[in-house]
Design a protein around this ligand. Structure first.
Ligand code: COA
Length: 201
């Protein structure tokens, strides 16, 4: 059984488990695509870009479960886990994985200089919070659960945020993500950000 944290408003945070959770992720994802929410809402409240087929989601989740927030059986927020083994499943993310292979972490007081390829890391593949649950702390809770479940396995959680998605950028920086790089691909201009789940010196 996945570990569950009860929250006051009957939202539970835990790891995905089973087919129904995949359906819930897909429903929330489809509802938050830029084409679905429209340009005005996307600029104000964010949007998701990558569309995962059910087969790809199932393959990803066979490798590692994701973190979900649920009310009963309904998925109200998710933060997907995409270990490097998932690279062949999502060709649209190839520019990100290619950059990750070559990036050097900028040395800082906190983190010694290392090529990112030598840091045990994984990609947080997509995060989404249903409109009714935004601004309630769920975003922070999803990443707290990432740290809780995955810090033993990986040091660094990496994700890409479209520079246009200012709400998401702000939320990621608030929970501690640092900017690693900026790049442009066929889809958008992205900021690659990283969150240290634990610091190894
Ligand atoms: C992006 C998303 C996951 C963030 O979750 P959330 O619950 O809305 O985030 P929060 O409300 O906790 O935090 C948002 C922060 O951005 C700020 N903010 C809100 N709208 C903003 C905007 N248009 N531009 C910049 N900052 C904005 C808020 O004030 C808050 O910052 P603060 O804590 O310093 O006050 C959620 O809005 C979402 O799912 N949006 C649609 C899908 C999406 O964009 N996913 C991310 C893909 S990278």
């Amino acid at each position: 059984m996945p570990h569950q944290v009860d929250m006051a408003d009957a939202v539970t945070i835990g790891l995905s488990n089973g087919e129904r959770d995949l359906d819930g992720i897909i429903a929330l994802q489809r509802a938050n695509l830029e084409v679905t929410v429209g340009a005005e809402s996307a600029a104000r409240d964010g949007f998701v870009t990558v569309v995962h087929s059910r087969e790809v989601l199932a393959a990803m989740h066979a490798i590692c479960p994701s973190v979900l927030a649920k009310v009963g059986d309904e998925v109200v927020a998710y933060a997907l886990v995409m270990p490097f083994e998932c690279r062949p499943f999502v060709p649209i993310l190839e520019p990100m994985f290619a950059l990750l292979e070559t990036l050097d972490l900028t040395p800082s007081a906190e983190v010694p200089s290392r090529p990112i390829a030598r840091v045990p890391s994984y990609v947080m593949g997509q995060v989404c919070v249903a409109p009714a649950h935004r601004g309630t702390g769920l975003f922070d809770a999803l990443y707290a659960a990432h740290r809780e479940h995955f810090a033993g396995r990986w040091e660094l959680c990496v994700t890409d945020v479209a520079t246009r998605n200012t709400r998401s950028l702000r939320a990621h920086e608030r929970v501690g993500f640092q900017r690693l790089a900026t790049y442009t691909d066929a889809t958008d201009t992205w900021v690659m950000v990283g969150l240290w789940l634990r610091i190894v010196r």
